[in-house]
Every structure is written in structure tokens, then in C-alpha cells.
Ligand binder design. Structure first.
Ligand code: NAD
Ligand code: UDP
Length: 316
């Protein structure tokens, strides 16, 4: 999409949404940012409010939205286990009713629509690394199910709209992403470890720390989203979006301690129920279809994220 278009970003004031809005504005587009501020701080987009091509609307996507736009990125949904488990019913409503409302809007406008799906659709995977063909291993009634099954239902809705009405849908399965503007209290591992290290508090490893995750720096992920939206209509996904570098949680803790020069110790806590043991995207299909590979190594991304949280703590 190279000509100027009006683009809706739901969840646009969140961690990823705020970066996406910023990138789209930098490309010269008009951006309509919709958010109910459930899991974000409106400060994330405060710096964009003076831009005449940016508009911020407080709205809950579980209710219909009547706007005129050329493309939709549907990111609205709390993403961290702490936030999405806080009000599981609302999480399911946001995933399912939110998808129905945004797909209805896209259908009326004949607009391409991107869905921020998740590696959680693979649950605690028995196939490693995860390819898009894998159907997943999800506990349908566990603590994570409000999010996992909500996102799976949203994927089903996206492909039903595609089959029935030929809607140009784009489903991206995002793996763990980190960077500046992560919410300091949302309990995600990267923000937790960095803040704990900077404050000299113990780093809390859940379980023995042998579980793995693959961490993608936010700029790489946003680049992937934008390429996906610009791709032809028959590129629908699902596409894995993430960095295939795989690290144990223990090694992440050690890297954060080293990079911050912290004297923090490591404290083991109980592993939450249904915590996936391993996770790594196979991005072969994404690379083939979008020509995308992530370029920011973990240490470099961590260094930038540490600098962000250091500045945040200095401001108080
Ligand atoms: P975030 O919590 O920072 O952002 C989500 C935004 O959605 C928040 O601003 C929140 O207030 C808003 N929101 C929640 N419910 C809403 C509703 N009903 N109506 C309107 N707005 C609502 O999380 P994020 O990390 O920026 O994640 C963005 C999207 O990407 C989410 O859909 C998430 O599931 C997906 N995702 C993120 C990651 C990751 O590692 N960050 C991984 C996989 C998937
Ligand atoms: N985790 C941890 N300490 C923390 C926060 C998280 O050991 O302070 C672990 C968590 O149990 C999981 C991994 O880090 O195994 C990633 O957790 P996060 O909540 O960031 O994302 P998700 O589990 O959704 O991948």
C-alpha cells in the first residue's frame, strides 16, 4: 500500500499497536486508532496526538464500529497472561465479538483485514518448531483457554469470511515480541526481568527455567505486519511471525543480568498451569511469501529495551 490510505488499528494504543500507528504515519497514511485502554497506558500514543493524520477513539471492539477506512489491523486484545486472565469472559468477548465486528466492517468496506493471532493457538506444542500446518495442543478449559481458544475461534471466523465472501484476510500468528512500550506491570517475562534487574530485585523464574521461548524485537514484527498487508490478496496466511532464535528462560535471565550489570539473584517460583514447555516458529512460509526475516538479534533488542526501561525509571 504505497498511496495514502486511511487505516484502522484496533488496540492501537497498546504495545504493538502504538509502534504500528507510528510506522503507518511515517509512511504518510492516515491512522484511526481505536482502543478501550483495557491493558495499556494512553501515554503510548501521546506523542502522536499532534499529528493531523492521527485520530484516537475510545471504543470497545465488542461493540460495532461504523467508520470509513481502507484497511484494518485488528490488534485489540490483552496479550499478557496477567491481563487476559484478569477478566477471562471479556477476553473471549474481545477475541470473538471483536473479530465478528471488525470482519463485518471489513466486509462492508471490502477492505483487507489483518488479524493479530498468536503462537498460543499451538498451545503446549508437541511439534517443534511449530509450522503453520500444526493444529496445536490446547487445553480447552484451562487458565489460558480464554485467550487460546478465543484466538482460535477468531482464526476460524477469519477463514469463514474468506471462504464465504472472498474477504481479503491476513492472519498472522505472532510469537513472543518485546521492546520499548511493553507495559511495565503486565508480567511478561522480558519486562519483568529487565525491571527486576534494574531495581536490584530477584529475577523470578517460574519453574526450573528450562522452558523455551523465541523473542522477536518489535521493529522486526511491525515490518512483517506491513509487508503482509501489502502482499496480494491471495496471501492470507496463517503465517508465523517471530524470531526463530530459541532461548531458555534461564538463559534470558542470565543475559538480562549481564547486560544491565545487575547484582540481582535468581528466585524460582511455581510454574503457572499449562505453561508451554517450548516454542519456536518455523518461518519458512513467511520468508517465502513475504521475503521477510527478522534482523535484530536478542542482545541488541534487549539493550534497546533496557535503555527504554532505564529512562522510564529515571522519570519515575
Ligand atoms: P497490549 O495489551 O499492549 O495491546 C492490546 C491493546 O488492545 C491494548 O491497548 C488494550 O487496551 C486494547 N484492547 C483490549 N481489549 C479491547 C477491546 N475490547 N476493545 C478495544 N481495545 C481493546 O498487547 P500487545 O502486545 O500490543 O498485543 C497486540 C496484539 O498482538 C494482541 O491481539 C495480542 O493477542 C497479539 N499478540 C501479541 C504478542 C506479543 O508478544 N506482544 C504475541 C502474540 C500475539
Ligand atoms: N516467566 C518467568 N518469570 C516471569 C514471567 C514469566 O519465568 O517473571 C516465564 C513464563 O512462565 C513463561 C515464559 O517466561 O514460561 C514466558 O512468559 P510470558 O508471560 O512472557 O509469555 P507466554 O507464556 O505467553 O509466552
Amino acid at each position: 500500500m504505497h498511496t495514502r490510505t486511511r487505516i484502522l488499528v484496533t488496540g492501537g494504543a497498546g504495545f504493538l499497536g502504538s509502534h504500528l500507528c507510528e510506522h503507518l504515519l511515517n509512511q504518510g497514511h492516515e491512522v484511526l486508532c481505536v482502543d478501550n485502554f483495557f491493558s495499556c497506558d494512553r501515554q503510548n500514543v501521546e506523542h502522536l496526538l499532534d499529528n493531523r493524520r492521527f485520530e484516537l477513539i475510545r471504543h470497545d471492539v465488542t461493540f460495532p464500529l461504523y467508520v470509513e477506512v481502507d484497511a484494518i489491523y485488528n490488534l485489540a486484545c490483552p496479550a499478557s497472561p496477567v491481563h487476559y486472565q484478569h477478566d477471562p469472559v471479556q477476553t473471549i468477548k474481545t477475541c470473538v465479538h471483536g473479530a465478528i465486528n471488525m470482519l463485518g466492517l471489513a466486509k462492508r468496506l471490502r477492505a483487507p483485514i489483518f488479524q493479530a493471532s498468536t503462537s498460543e493457538v499451538y498451545g503446549d506444542p508437541e511439534v517443534h518448531p511449530q509450522t503453520e500446518e500444526y493444529w496445536g495442543h490446547v487445553n480447552p478449559i484451562g487458565l489460558r483457554s480464554c485467550y487460546d481458544e478465543g484466538k482460535r475461534c477468531a482464526e476460524a471466523l477469519f477463514f469463514a469470511y474468506r471462504r464465504q465472501g472472498g474477504l481479503p484476510v491476513k492472519v498472522g500468528r505472532l510469537f513472543n515480541t518485546y521492546g520499548p512500550r511493553m507495559h511495565p506491570n503486565d508480567g511478561r517475562v522480558v519486562s519483568n526481568f529487565i525491571l527486576q534487574a534494574l531495581r536490584g530485585e530477584p529475577l523470578t523464574i517460574y519453574g526450573d527455567g528450562s522452558q523455551t521461548r523465541s523473542f522477536c524485537y518489535v521493529d522486526d514484527l511491525i515490518d512483517c505486519m506491513i509487508r503482509f498487508m501489502a502482499a496480494p490478496d491471495d496471501i492470507t496466511g496463517p503465517l508465523n511471525m517471530g524470531n526463530p532464535g530459541e532461548f531458555t528462560i534461564r538463559s534470558l535471565a542470565e543475559q538480562v543480568i549481564e547486560l544491565t550489570g545487575s547484582r540481582s539473584i535468581i528466585l524460582h517460583k511455581a510454574l503457572p498451569d499449562d505453561d508451554p514447555k517450548q516454542r519456536r516458529p518455523d518461518i519458512t512460509r513467511t520468508t517465502e511469501q513475504l521475503g521477510w526475516t527478522p534482523s535484530v538479534p536478542l542482545r541488541e533488542g534487549l539493550t534497546k529495551t533496557i535503555a527504554y526501561f532505564e529512562a522510564m525509571l529515571r522519570k519515575g
